[in-house]
Design a protein around this ligand. Structure first.
Ligand code: PHE
Length: 464
């Protein structure tokens, strides 16, 4: 990754790369199903408020930590204080738990692409198909595992062949296509009789549905979707040039990520409501409701494959950036081979780290594909969200570990690094001053750690 350090040529370069990591299945798959689960409009409202306060502040803080130290997560924490490196290690652990299930869902998208391109749109549009697919007659050995393998091999292939940059370039072309498709599909849905009740469910907040779980769900979604609280934005910050404005860049990334999520929600939640899915599809909402829309849509058999293809690319850029993080952590842990030149040792270590990370990814991914109810690895657990190991990994990372690491990062900045150091780093780039400084300081030092602790504790109490 060392070679990449100077990659971002300016604000646009940084924003494009960070958005490519941020925009992915979090926006398209996770946000809509959580919105349906937590009562529609109220979740959307809480999400927006928390994203522009907590999300934006933490995003700026992480980018600043990365740029100040010029290092990725573990190195960055060590740079400030050797004693606190364990916070960096805890953070770096999170992508290793996310990437396996991310690839399983990437596999579902790949499978849905295959079915739609081979003319089987009506199969995936059959009510209940998603559930029978994931719980597979053979306990996950059929479709889910096969498509997980295909998607995972594509991601590992990108890293092994060193074409990550190429994938990012393709995705820069495909992302606007995805956006146009989302808007087009949503516009079509507006013509369907019965959609307006769904739109009202999505847009009008019902305060009586607000609970501690809604808050924890929203905060977990913000972290996941903006790729924060897991070290990724620290790494991206380490590649950012000093003259680029952290404040403006973070604002752009936050705005892009939020807009894509809100649009994806508008495309999926009202139509799912209209089809009467309620909360019954759980994590499968996107996979159950969209095929039904495509099946009714004039030209849907052409729109569906293009849509799924663009989602595959959005998911791949995110999955590859998660996997790269795991690879770089394993790389840092491996010892240099004695008697080997630096270049040769780098290549050996890089190969070994890709191998170890891929092994871990595949092993944990198999737990997920075979872990749905009825599967051989299923162990019912309060965290499983009815989806076995997928739910357990998702809850563990997003609802527990990420809030904890976000609280620790705030405390670390407030107590060890001192907020002034981070302020100075943010103040450095661009011509404009750091305008949000007073709010940022209060957020990071007081509001984020205190409120996040309250949300975490009350949210978890509701879980158990
Ligand atoms: N933010 C990505 C998404 O919304 C997920 C992700 C998290 C990607 C962390 C990279 C790193 O899908």
């Amino acid at each position: 990754m060392e070679k990449l350090r100077d990659t971002f040529t300016g604000k646009v370069g940084f924003v494009l790369a960070a958005s490519a990591s941020a925009v992915g299945l979090g926006n398209l798959w996770r946000f809509p199903y959580l919105t349906s689960h937590y009562g529609g409009g109220i979740f959307v409202l809480v999400y927006i408020v928390l994203a522009v306060t907590f999300g934006l502040s933490l995003l700026m803080a992480e980018i600043a930590i990365g740029r100040k130290t010029g290092k990725s997560c573990v190195g960055a924490f060590m740079d400030f204080s050797e004693k606190h490196r364990h916070i960096g290690i805890l953070i770096a652990f999170i992508p290793a738990l996310i990437v396996p299930y991310y690839c399983v869902i990437g596999g579902w998208v790949t499978g849905w692409f295959f079915e739609s391109v081979t003319g089987n749109l009506s199969t995936i549009a059959t009510p209940g198909y998603w559930w029978s697919f994931v719980t597979g007659g053979e306990g996950g050995l059929g479709g889910p595992t096969l498509w997980f393998a295909v998607f995972t091999l594509m991601c590992i292939g990108c890293i092994v062949l060193g074409v990550t940059k190429g994938i990012e370039k393709v995705s820069r072309v495909l992302m606007p296509v995805l956006l146009v498709l989302i808007i087009g599909i949503t516009a079509y849905e507006m013509t369907l009789p019965g959609i307006w009740d769904g739109i009202s469910f999505y847009l009008s907040p019902d305060i009586s549905k607000l609970s501690s779980s809604t808050l924890l769900g929203a905060i977990s979604q913000i972290f996941y979707s903006m790729s924060i609280a897991m070290g990724i934005m620290i790494t991206y910050g380490s590649y950012m040039k000093k003259e680029v404005s952290i404040e403006k860049s973070a604002f752009s990334v936050c705005a892009i990520d939020m807009c894509v999520a809100l649009l994806a929600g508008l495309m999926i939640v009202p139509s799912a409501f209209m089809f009467g899915f309620g909360d019954s599809q759980g994590m499968g909402l996107m996979f159950s409701s969209l095929p039904q829309v495509f099946a009714q849509m004039p030209g849907g058999e052409f729109v569906a494959p293009v849509f799924y293809l663009t989602v595959i690319f959005a998911a791949m850029t995110s999955a590859v950036s998660l996997l790269e993080t795991v690879v770089s952590v394993v790389f840092d842990k491996l010892k240099d081979k004695k008697g080997m030149s630096k270049g040769a040792s780098y290549i050996v270590k890089r190969k070994k780290s890709v191998l170890i990370s891929s092994f871990l990814l595949i092993a944990l991914g198999l737990f997920v594909t075979f872990g749905f109810p009825g599967g051989p690895f299923n162990i019912p657990c309060v965290l499983d969200q009815g989806a076995g190991w997928l739910g357990i990994f998702d809850s563990l990372t997003n609802s527990i570990l990420m809030p904890i690491t976000a609280i620790l990062t705030c405390l670390f900045i407030g107590i060890v690094v001192k907020i002034g150091v981070i302020d100075d780093e943010i103040d450095q780039g661009g011509t404009a001053q750091f305008r949000l400084k007073p709010i940022f300081n209060i957020m990071i030092q007081y509001i984020c750690p205190i409120i996040l602790t309250v949300i975490l504790i009350t949210g978890l109490m509701a879980f158990f």
